[in-house]
Design a protein around this ligand. Structure first.
Ligand code: HEC
Ligand code: HEC
Length: 435
């Protein structure tokens, strides 16, 4: 149905809708509804006409068409993708190998990259453009615990059961039993133990919370949002709001949860108002409470109270009864040449034939080597017999005197505040190395 895809491929790439629908198609989503088809065809045709237009222009066209469509699902499916060219395995039109599920974008001269190149940018750095109202609205679909973002709608447990049987059971199992690597949607008893993290901190051997929706999740809003945007896994965003309400009702019922004290039997119809009354069994089980401005203080208070973890008492001394056993290393390490030393001190200075570092050498290295290390400054350099013989000819006292007062490019005391005897040691060292 989207044969002309190749024509617009390079121009619509980078569209947020395309990226998400690629996945949709790759996983074998069901065919979009007729209204969606015609919207999609409209875009494809417009794009064909605009064969030579830039990405910007096609973006505008997509945005215009978006503006006309009202439902989000229409918008998403509007840039539907081919099943033969993208997704799964195989190759792209340019012959590059497609990594399963990966999305790549043409860049230039048949080359591809993992990101769409921004061809709008002319020179220098730009911040792109402001997203359109529709683009923001298409992303801004999260549902908050206070009900922000939760749309109106309704659905019964029975309807949810049917939907579940046709769209979810293949992965999530009968009555949400999970298995085979797919998460269970009903497990553990939300109202009996196993629902708080504190449980396990106090008695580490106890069973921890079963981390599934009913026993673990703090807010029901996450369920609505998750199912709406992420499920069924192969076709996310394919469920209507009513269908999501029905599925949520079913999932609540198989978890034997209540709303306002009422059990959810088959006829129970869940709507927005009732949804907002759901109290998750584990809502207070998340401790310390890190939400809000007091989060950090809550964490401090929690860890300050030793009854919240371990055995409840701090221990700095004699923490266990009996005597500590010393466990010697039983394997002797012989295979080294030279053999590993068993001595635990640092080697002594001058040991193993290493010359002891004299004070004169230390002073030289720290304060004189910068000039006397080589002859580039015109200083008598270390190891230069001729130069040092000349210096020492009048005797060490003259050399020392000159070193103290300075001479030509030699600054007084070499630019240091070293004492006379220290200078002397450095001179003796340099001379000893230059004989
Ligand atoms: C093709 C397999 C598949 C189908 C079909 C499917 N799901 Fe899922 N579902 C998954 C996988 C995989 C995850 C875990 C995703 C993850 O953790 O990243 C999941 C996670 C979930 C979760 C979150 C569970 C948790 O504890 O984290 C819910 C809720 C859920 N699915 C509901 C549904 C509903 C409702 C349907 C039917 C409309 C459905 N799923 C269909 C595979 C599937
Ligand atoms: C900034 C570079 C510089 C530093 C640092 C320096 N020297 Fe010199 N030193 C020279 C130069 C250049 C000469 C050669 C002077 C000349 O004969 O024109 C020299 C010459 C000497 C001489 C020979 C003096 C003579 O009688 O001809 C001694 C001794 C000497 N330096 C000792 C030292 C000592 C000891 C230190 C370290 C504490 C030191 N120098 C640090 C540049 C330096």
């Amino acid at each position: 149905m989207f044969k002309s895809y190749h024509n617009i491929q390079t121009k619509t790439l980078g569209s947020i809708f395309l990226a998400s629908t690629l996945f949709l198609t790759a996983c074998g989503a069901s065919e979009p509804k007729d209204s969606v088809k015609s919207a999609a065809d409209a875009i494809v045709n417009k794009a064909k006409v605009a064969e030579s237009t830039t990405v910007t222009k096609v973006h505008e066209k997509v945005a215009q068409t978006e503006a006309k469509s009202t439902s989000l699902s229409t918008k998403k499916a509007a840039v539907a993708t081919p099943s033969d060219n993208m997704g799964g395995s195989g190759t792209y039109a340019n012959g590059k190998f497609v990594i399963d599920g990966g999305v790549t974008y043409p860049v230039k001269n048949g080359k591809i990259a993992s990101y769409a190149a921004n061809t709008q940018e002319k020179k220098g750095f730009t911040y792109g453009r402001t997203p359109t109202k529709n683009e923001i609205a298409a992303w801004d679909i999260d549902v908050m615990p206070d009900g922000t973002g939760l749309p109106e709608g309704k659905g019964s447990v029975e309807e949810g059961d049917e939907l579940y049987e046709s769209k979810c059971v293949s992965c999530h199992g009968d009555f949400g039993s999970g298995g085979g690597g797919y998460p269970s949607l009903a497990k553990g008893n939300a109202y009996e133990g196993q629902k708080t993290l504190k449980n396990q901190r106090l008695k580490p051997d106890d069973d921890g919370p079963v981390r599934v929706f009913g026993t673990y999740w703090a807010h029901a809003s996450t369920l609505w949002w998750y199912v709406k945007t992420g499920m069924p896994h192969p076709a996310p965003m394919s469920l209507s709001n009513d269908e999501v309400y029905a599925l949520c009702a079913y999932i609540l019922s198989i978890n034997e949860m209540e709303i306002d004290g009422e059990e959810l039997d088959d006829e129970y119809v869940l709507d927005r108002a009732k949804f907002l009354k759901i109290e998750m069994p584990n809502k207070d089980g998340f401790i310390p409470n890190i939400d809000g401005k007091d989060g950090l203080e809550n964490v401090r208070a929690f860890y300050h109270d030793t009854s919240n973890y371990g055995n409840g008492t701090r221990c700095m001394k004699d923490c266990f009864e009996g005597k500590a056993k010393i466990q010697p290393i039983t394997i002797e390490m012989k295979e080294f040449n030279p053999p590993l030393s068993k001595v635990k001190d640092l080697p002594k200075e001058g040991a193993n034939g290493a010359a002891k570092v004299t004070e004169g050498q230390k002073i030289y290295e720290k304060s004189c080597a910068v000039c006397h290390g080589n002859d580039s400054m015109g200083a008598p350099d270390l190891g230069n017999k001729e130069a040092w013989a000349k210096v020492m000819k009048p005797g060490i006292d003259t050399a020392l005197k000159n070193a103290i007062t300075g001479k030509n490019a030699m600054p007084p005391r070499g630019g240091t505040s070293l004492k006379d005897d220290e200078l002397k040691k450095a001179i003796e060292y340099m001379y000893s190395k230059s004989k």
